[in-house]
Write a protein that binds this ligand. Structure first.
Ligand code: DGJ
Length: 760
């Protein structure tokens, strides 16, 4: 300890002096260039380099990116031990070598490990648990070697006795400091090994007992509900056991350091798992009040045999840090998704304004009714016409029939899809189609021919949900069939967009054709094949865009987002309910992929009536779609829609690519809700304000904008609604952010929206 003191104190002094000098230098730069200090704090270090380094003398690895540093080291036992994860340190900050923490009576190890095997008396959540062929289940992973390639690091671990190797992969994003972690598990022994639990990573937070956890929960029609709870001794398990990402929990978390953390201030650690199958994230506080977050494949009902020489790669678990609150944490994730995750990253195209037929015609689609809707959709400025469910097989004609038979229904479309597609094109729109190719109805040619293709156990009931069963995509022939169905549709028709639906969770998850010890690999192989289909379709049809959908928002995660262009957020299209669903969604995912439709009033889901402009403003906070029965619209509705869509097209780059500020949260029954989107170069912003119900004519709360340049002037323009009469037309960013403005809202379900444009 004294040794440390001697070497460390001078460093602290030098570091302190350097820090002071750099702050003075920064202050001088900012006073010369006043615009600079106004840059949104999340991206102040956007130009700072990312780096990955190994310190030989202290045996520590250090990853830097954005405003974040992440450090871990090799302790004297050979374990990888977390040292630091937080605000970016200076390049010459010295972090001493790591030492394993002392055990504790009845707790043999309390060392926060980067990736722990279950063995050696570990009582916290292991990252990896295996059974060797001889029944040995003890696994202790120690450091072997490392390699660095630009912004990525690979660290190899090996069991202390056996040739079970794990390579930990780390990447660090230059702009956001988000770290990607995954593990490659390799059996180099001469006998089979069964993996029973495999996480992508464990994230260890600094010691503390005032943390709280935010996570997303929900159900069909009520997705991405933001939940919060104190982190206390014990574990919170977020998971899916449904075969798919699921509505019930979404694989995202955010942890606040203490109760002072707010939307725009305080230390927040966050993470998201890139996996669309069964997953689990365990957040635990150990006996020494340390918090660990371990996530990857869900170990429930999991067994993955590795023959000698075989490997298993885990999904990637992304983790980030912000010292600027939950808002900044989401903005970091949003920019990361746009620039690193989405298929066309770093410049994914803006979402087209689409029309979708589902709420208008249900499964009763036909050439005439779709063409009539298409004409009306085109007249209001829609850019993409999507025909939803009902166009194939006997779907919607015979009960419980159709799924699996992907031929165009000849009664509904006597000349195939071509006339409708041509019509849509002639109206200046592109054409999209709904499919649900992983599913089968009992009354289908496919099921009659291949009843064995569904996920099931022999001689057990096949539980139906929405009258359908899930095809076992883990089987190569089923994978090829599903690929073939969509490939054929795309090859034979001029289709620009596929809405890929998935309306059922798994039950009886059997794969009887597989060897007994490999049957549970279905959880992994299914998703690998699902991803491989999307990847191959994208390669073969590079101009086609995809939407992920699962009874609304049941399949949204960073794994599928790497392969699709947008997401269906929820079947609940009520514009008021959507405020909370969209708010929750925005904690983890960019509004640039969040489809939000304007639909009919009263809303089909809850019977609530709202004005057309309120519905538009709610949906314009994401990527806009129209789902109304346009046959019921008045001339006035068409005029409103046309003007709103035209406006949306002028602001969509701000909404879909800008920085989101959640000004007033709709959560916890709030009477108000407000969001603001600011262009990253601070030349424009747009904001939306919603009131549930006016009470005793109290004024709505004042809005204080964010993300503007205080020294520039911005002109206010109404999209919909009124500001108080004393609101200036042009004022500085300092005014809009410091003084704020009052909007006039009245009655029930009222809303307003304005934009700000920088003046030159
Ligand atoms: C569920 C989706 O979420 C809806 O938008 C719609 O496509 C239906 N499936 C069609 O069956």
């Amino acid at each position: 300890m004294q040794d440390h003191g001697r070497t460390h104190c001078p460093n602290i002094r030098i570091t302190f002096l350097r820090t002071c000098l750099s702050y003075i230098a920064m202050a001088i730069v900012f006073s010369i260039c006043p615009g600079m200090h106004a840059a949104p704090p999340d991206f102040q270090s956007a130009t700072s380099q990312a780096s990955v380094k190994y310190d030989k003398s202290f045996r520590t690895f250090r990853l830097d990116g954005g405003n974040v540093s992440y450090v871990f080291g090799i302790n004297e036992r050979g374990e990888l031990q977390t040292v630091y994860w937080g605000r970016r340190l200076l390049a010459d900050d010295v972090l001493p070598p790591v030492h394993a923490l002392p055990g504790h009576p009845f707790g043999m190890t309390t060392t926060p490990q980067e990736y722990s095997g279950w063995g050696g008396g570990l009582y916290t959540e292991p990252a990896l648990k295996v059974t060797f062929a001889d029944g040995n289940r003890d696994l202790v992973l120690h450091y072997v070697s490392y390699s660095i390639d630009k912004n990525s690091l690979a660290v190899v671990l090996r069991d202390i006795r056996r040739d079970l190797f794990v390579t930990l992969h780390y990447t660090v994003d230059q702009q956001t400091g988000i770290i990607g972690r995954s593990a490659l598990i390799e059996n180099r022994t001469t006998s089979p090994v069964t993996i029973e639990q495999a996480a992508a990573a464990s994230w260890n937070l600094p010691h503390g007992n005032s943390y709280s956890l935010r996570y997303l929960a929900g159900r069909w029609g009520g997705e991405t509900t933001l939940e919060s709870r104190a982190i206390q001794p014990g574990s919170t398990v977020l998971e899916s056991r449904r075969g798919v990402t699921g509505h019930q929990n979404n694989p995202w978390f955010a942890i606040a350091q203490d109760s002072s953390v707010a939307e725009e201030s305080g230390n927040v650690w966050f993470g998201a798992l890139a996996w669309s199958g069964d997953w689990r994230i365990t957040v635990e506080q150990d006996i020494m009040q340390r918090v660990h977050v371990t996530g990857g494949f869900n170990p429930f009902d999991f067994a993955f045999p590795l023959a000698p020489g075989a490997r298993l790669e885990t999904p990637v678990f992304y983790g980030g840090f912000s010292s600027e609150g939950f808002g900044s944490a989401s903005r970091l994730l949003h920019i990361f998704e746009l620039t690193e995750i989405l298929p066309h990253a770093p410049n994914p195209p803006l979402r087209k304004v689409l029309y979708n037929s589902w709420e208008a015609t249900d499964m009763n689609v036909n050439e005439a009714n779709q063409e009539a809707l298409a004409e009306k959709a085109a007249s209001i400025g829609v850019e993409r016409f999507v025909m939803d469910d009902g166009w194939f097989g006997q779907r919607g004609i015979k009960p419980r029939a159709g799924l699996g038979d992907w031929y165009v229904n000849p009664e509904k479309f006597p000349h195939g899809l071509k006339p409708l597609i041509d019509k849509v094109h002639s109206l200046g729109m592109d054409f999209g189609l709904w499919v649900e190719p992983e599913m089968v109805n009992l009354k289908s040619d496919l099921y009659l021919t291949h009843p064995d293709w569904v996920i099931s156990f022999p001689d057990r009931p096949r539980t139906l949900a929405r009258d359908q069963l899930v095809l076992n995509l883990a089987r190569p022939e089923v994978r090829d069939y599903v690929f073939g169905v969509v490939d054929k549709l795309l090859s034979e028709n001029d289709i620009s967009f596929i809405k890929w639906d998935y309306n059922r969770n798994w039950s009886e998850p059997g794969w009887p054709e597989q060897a007994l010890d490999a049957q549970k690999t279905i959880y992994v192989q299914y998703i690998h094949n699902y991803y491989s289909i999307l990847d191959e379709l994208r390669r073969k049809h590079p101009n086609v865009e995809f939407e992920t959908c699962s009874g609304g928002g049941g399949r949204v995660d960073l794994g599928v987002l790497h392969r699709v262009d947008q997401t269906w957020t929820s079947d609940n299209t009520d514009p008021f309910d959507r405020l909370t669903i969209q708010d929750g969604f925005s904690h983890a995912y960019t509004p640039g992929v969040m489809m939000a439709w304007v639909t009919d009033s009263p809303n089909w889901y809850n019977g609530r009536s709202t004005s057309l402009s309120y519905r538009f403003l709610s949906a314009m906070q994401g990527s806009l779609g129209i789902g109304n029965n346009l046959n019921k619209w008045s001339l006035e509705d068409f005029a409103t829609a046309k003007s709103m869509i035209a406006t949306y097209k002028t602001i969509r780059s701000i909404v879909q690519r800008g920085s989101l500020y959640r000004l007033i949260s709709p959560q916890n029954g709030s009477n108000f809700s407000a969001t603001e989107y600011a262009n990253r170069d601070q030349d424009a912003a747009v904001f939306f304000f919603f009131m549930h119900s006016e009470q005793e004519r109290y004024p709505a709360p004042r809005l204080y904008l964010r993300g503007l340049n205080p020294s520039e002037k911005y002109k206010l323009r109404a999209i919909s609604g009124k500001a108080s009469s004393d609101t200036p037309e042009i004022a500085s960013g300092a005014y809009w952010m410091g003084h704020g403005l009052d909007l006039i809202l009245h009655g029930d379900y009222d809303a307003a929206s304005f934009e700000l444009e920088r003046q030159r």
